[in-house]
Design a binder for this molecule. Sequence first.
Ligand code: FES
Length: 85
Amino acid sequence: PFKAVWAPDGREVDVPAHLSLLDALRRDGIPVESSCEAGVCGTCRLALLSGEVEHHDSVLTEDERLTSVVACVSRAVSPEVVVGP
Ligand code: FES
């Protein structure tokens, strides 16, 4: 489990182990578009503003991984991440 902060309004979202970052954000009413939900299309890509992520997608380059997170499959390894559209 970890906490995601939605940068546009500072909302804090708990992401339990059984939910993806994508589903946890949506559950709290934050609209994030998705398509494949398997880490291959990049539709659910978010800006990663702080925190450390373990990337499980197959779409981002190593450089993009420094500043982006694919919300359907990747998770934080730090207690908190700050993400945005
Ligand atoms: Fe396709 Fe997340 S929805 S990568």
